[in-house]
Design a binder for this molecule. Structure first.
Ligand SMILES: [Fe+2]
Length: 435
């Protein structure tokens, strides 16, 4: 039996649970009982399957959803290349530590045209690697346009403004300090109810995010499964003029578009495991040391995938004794792309890492606290202290080298040329040979 029956005014209610089998219908008796694709679906709908994994993927990884809609997705004219969208030609693999000033807001571009690729590796065509994007949108998408990425799941970190995302499966309202995951292929359109919005996107070319295993932490902690929220079914049954809808399709990092005569947001009911969801980073249960030293930052992992982890640095208490409390200096086989949603990141107090900016410490690029943070931390009185109050830094951490685009290096005009010179070159020598 259907477990959910929400009508249109309740469109911002959510289904709770990560990896849970969800079902939702906007009209009673939409979802069939028994057969997923009955001879005549209820209410004269079409049954359509959306596959997020191969059919034969193990049950623990298999993500499929059945939708019951007014017209099938296939009813559209051919996709044509949109030459106005700039596809990055080169990903520069360079070992230099990079940091960017806050990326500009844009008061004109809509979601589709605001996507700027900052970096990436691999290829959507071979389902390898990832892409990192900055979006800065100032306009809602036109009412009869929709978008989807064929290249992978997009994890969106909202830094500024609010995204009202109408997806095929229902609505997600996503605010700063929240993230949304928009799976490959699911169509959506983005409205900006509070004006311009800006943020960061990690696109996985392969697989999907999972919650990290908890091991000795036990059965709760970090991001709890029940705090992930999926939309409820919500549909539009209006009839539209022939060819009046445009659907954009990001395909191998090129933009294509096709026209159709019906809305893609006509799903009256759905059930399955493949759906968009959102998560409020403020609900993260932060775990840390109560004796000495820092655990590895993996303790802050929200979502994981073999290609990249999504890690946050939320407000938290530091109580360790005899410990250099900022993150240690290190070199890492992983690449680390960091962004800041709000506030000041506790490991970078020199002012160069600002909200809406970013940094990239690629594979084996040495980094750590800047000289200012080192001086303060070395002299600090180690009382319990709360760090990161009003702040939310995050990291996309990947075992792959992250190449950067011409936009990232030059066109955005945000690269800080003196990042190394100002951060670590001023570090002083304190060594004293014992007498
Ligand atoms: Fe690091």
């Amino acid at each position: 039996m259907p477990v959910t029956n929400f009508s249109f005014p309740d469109k911002y209610q959510y289904l709770n649970g990560f990896g849970s089998y969800h079902e939702s219908e906007a009209i009673p008796d939409t979802l069939p009982i028994g057969a997923n694709s009955p001879q005549r679906p209820n209410h004269g709908l079409y049954a359509e399957k959306l596959s997020g994994t191969s059919f034969t993927a193990p049950r623990s990884e298999n993500l499929q959803t059945w939708v019951y809609r007014i017209l099938p997705s296939a009813a559209h004219l051919p996709f044509e290349l949109d030459t106005s969208y700039e596809t990055p030609k080169t990903l520069h693999q360079i070992p230099r530590q990079l940091r960017w000033d806050p990326f500009d807001l844009d008061d004109k571009a809509d979601w589709v045209h605001s996507l700027k690729q900052l970096g990436g590796v691999g290829s959507p065509a071979t389902k390898t690697g990832l892409g990192i994007f900055i979006y800065a949108a100032g306009a809602s998408m036109p009412p009869q346009q929709a978008f989807h990425s064929s290249d992978g799941d997009m994890l969106v970190v909202v830094q500024h403004g609010v995204l009202d995302i109408q997806t095929e499966l229902g609505h997600l309202l996503v605010r700063p300090n929240e993230i949304a995951v928009l799976p490959r292929g699911i169509k959506y359109r983005v409205d900006l109810p509070s004006g311009p919005s800006r943020g960061y996107i990690l696109e996985l070319h392969a697989g999907h995010f999972k919650l990290p295993e908890l091991g000795p932490i036990g059965s709760n902690g970090l991001a709890n499964a029940r705090d992930f929220q999926a939309p409820v079914a919500c549909f539009d049954d209006a009839e539209y003029a022939p060819g009046s809808w445009t659907v954009f399709n990001k395909y191998d990092n090129q933009m294509f578009s096709a026209t159709q005569s019906h809305t893609p947001f006509d799903v009256v009911g759905w059930h399955g495991l493949y759906y968009p969801y959102k998560y409020d980073l403020g609900r993260f249960n932060t775990i840390g040391s109560t004796s000495f030293d820092h655990p590895d930052p993996s303790i802050f992992t929200v979502l994981t995938n073999p290609t990249a982890d999504f890690v946050i640095f939320p407000p938290r208490w530091l109580v360790q004794e005899d410990t250099f409390r900022p993150p240690w200096y290190h070199r890492n086989t992983m690449s680390e792309f960091m962004g800041l949603v709000m506030g000041e990141y506790d490991a970078k107090t020199g002012g160069g890492f600002r909200a809406a900016g970013a940094s990239l410490h690629n594979v084996m690029s040495a980094h750590g606290p800047d000289a200012d943070a080192h001086e303060k931390a070395s002299a600090a009185d180690l009382k319990p202290v709360k760090v990161g109050e009003g702040s939310m830094a995050f990291m996309f951490e990947s075992p792959l080298m992250i190449g950067v685009t011409d936009w990232a290096l030059e066109l955005c005009r945000k690269v800080q040329p003196k990042y190394n010179a100002e951060s670590w070159v001023p570090l002083k020598r304190h060594f004293k040979r014992p007498e």
